[in-house]
Ligand binder design. Structure first.
Ligand code: NAD
Ligand code: UGA
Length: 449
């Protein structure tokens, strides 16, 4: 479809979501300004250096910058002057009690109001608890100078890290939470080149759609992880169970991969925030508390599995293959690897991390408490255990003969069930996946398949 009209758009916050949103909207033909308070980040981007690893983003950014549709700034005044539509895409990190910290959103709302002298549409892109739109509106009304008209809208984002650009440009749906025809028309115009269905709702429903969607996906993962625990107890195969369940179209096969559980900067935080806002509103969301508990248990189960093989972890060399919270990203925020490494260090293990993109970010967390190696074989030399944590492509293609020779003990704990089909146990490995074999118990009973 064609672009209806070229709009002036500002995106406040040039992180994983803001940067992708800005670049992708410029690519649709709009005139975009991305703004961030982090001056060094903006300076780096200006030099053509992308602050994050996200496939396809750099090329698209350079292209749209060169073609004059994309600019960057660290001035909020610039951003408010430029954008008829202004996206708020700043972080909403968790407070210690699970509540979403909305101080960044509030700051931006205030700054926009102070600098605004004619109509603007303010769009929540950040993931926020229900009724945040109301708070944004109230804040703006308090700080606006004189009589200036504006609208607030909620347009939650469903992109995944690692496939963010493609997800943004080919979404399953676009959610437009509005309370005025003008806001609706502007957002329709903004997304006019995309083929996706648009669902129009009130602002609160749009906010709820985002929290409910992330929480539901997290629930699917925890559900299959609970089933994986039962599968282990009886020697059934959770991947076969998931396959059989997923063939029912009402259930669907996606987000039913058992393993070390979900991580990232969003599922854990959004589940916590949804539990918290529900409590504030008077509903005890016990179902989600269980989802969170099961997920936390999966990380502990990893240590239990490593101990099943090694008994004592002190001075044992444990190598993590993959530390980002999922493949194709350098993001380690909320990654299962972080909790797992902390637990391994507590037990006195020597930890080595391998990852194609995330080592620099992990180094910011663990400094010199662990070692960092790019090559998977170099790291595996004299190792007592390899823990497959993130299913990067590089870890799919492994010379297991070589691996067996260089490891001190041929022991693999497979947190993503990546090697299950290879029957590594029959090739001399001690191999522990999730949700099928336990030590001393064959996978799925007799090998008849
Ligand atoms: P991020 O931390 O990568 O980026 C946030 C950016 O906002 C940072 O660069 C920070 O410097 C900037 N910022 C903070 N205060 C600012 C201010 N006052 N003015 C201008 N810039 C400011 O965070 P993110 O991962 O992009 O997430 C942003 C929001 O989007 C969160 O609410 C998150 O839940 C949501 N979300 C994230 C994803 C994802 O995949 N990361 C997907 C969907 C939704
Ligand atoms: C998730 C959602 O999928 C996006 O729709 C949403 O926009 C985003 O959160 C957000 O709000 O930030 P993301 O966290 O980038 O995206 O990545 P996912 O692919 O959803 O994976 C999240 C975690 O779940 C990863 O740790 C992954 O390994 C794990 N996972 C995923 C499983 O353990 N099993 C599965 O079957 C699927």
């Amino acid at each position: 479809m064609e672009l209806k009209e070229r709009l002036d758009v500002s995106v406040i916050g040039a992180g994983y979501v803001g940067l992708v949103t800005g670049v992708a909207l410029a690519d649709l033909g709009h005139n975009v300004l991305c703004m961030d308070v982090d001056k060094s980040k903006i300076a780096e981007i200006e030099k053509g250096k992308i602050p994050i690893y996200e496939p396809g983003l750099e090329e698209l950014l350079l292209k749209n910058k060169q073609e004059g549709r994309l600019r960057f700034s660290s001035s909020i005044k610039d951003a408010v002057n430029h954008g008829l539509v202004i996206f708020i895409a700043v972080g909403t990190p968790p407070k210690p009690n699970g509540e979403a910290d909305l101080s960044y959103v509030e700051n931006v709302a205030r700054d926009i109001a102070i600098n605004m002298d004619s109509y603007r549409l303010i769009v929540e892109k950040s993931t926020v608890p229900v009724e945040t739109g109301e708070k944004v509106r109230q804040t703006m009304q308090l700080y606006i100078k004189g009589e200036v008209d504006f609208d607030v809208a909620s347009n939650p984002e469903f992109l995944r890290e690692g496939s963010a650009v493609a997800d943004f440009l080919h979404p399953d749906r676009i959610v437009v939470g509005v309370d005025s025809p003008k806001a609706r028309d502007l957002l329709f115009c903004l997304y006019s080149p995309l083929a996706a269905p648009i669902i129009v709702t009130d602002i609160k429903s749009a906010e709820l759609i985002k929290h409910a969607s992330n929480s539901f996906l997290a629930l699917k993962i925890s559900f299959i992880n609970a089933v994986s625990r039962i599968s282990e107890m009886v020697g059934a195969d959770v991947d076969k169970v998931a396959e059989g369940m997923g063939m029912d179209k009402r259930i669907g096969e996606r987000f039913l991969k058992a393993g070390i559980g979900y991580g990232g900067s969003c599922f854990p935080k959004d589940v916590d925030a949804f539990i918290h806002i529900s409590e504030v509103l008077g509903y005890d969301f016990n179902l989600l508390k269980e989802v969170r508990k099961i997920n936390e248990e999966q990380r502990k189960l990893v240590i239990k599995k490593i101990k099943e093989g090694l008994w004592i972890l002190k001075d044992k060399k444990v190598v993590l293959w993959g530390v980002s919270f999922k493949p194709e990203t350098d993001d380690v925020r909320g990654a299962p690897s972080i909790d797992i490494i902390e637990d391994l260090l507590k037990e006195g293990a020597k930890v080595v991390a391998v990852d194609p993109q995330a080592l620099d970010r992990l180094r910011e967390v663990f400094k010199d408490r662990i070692s960092y190696v790019l090559d998977k074989y170099e790291a595996a030399k004299d190792a007592d255990c390899i823990l497959l944590t993130t299913e990067w492509d590089d870890f799919k293609d492994v010379d297991f003969k070589k691996l067996k020779e260089i490891m001190s003990l041929a022991f693999i704990v497979d947190g993503r069930n990546l090697y299950k089909h290879l029957e590594l146990d029959s090739h001399g490995f001690l191999y522990l996946p999730f949700g099928s074999s336990a030590l001393g118990k064959p996978v799925g009973g007799k090998k008849i398949l």
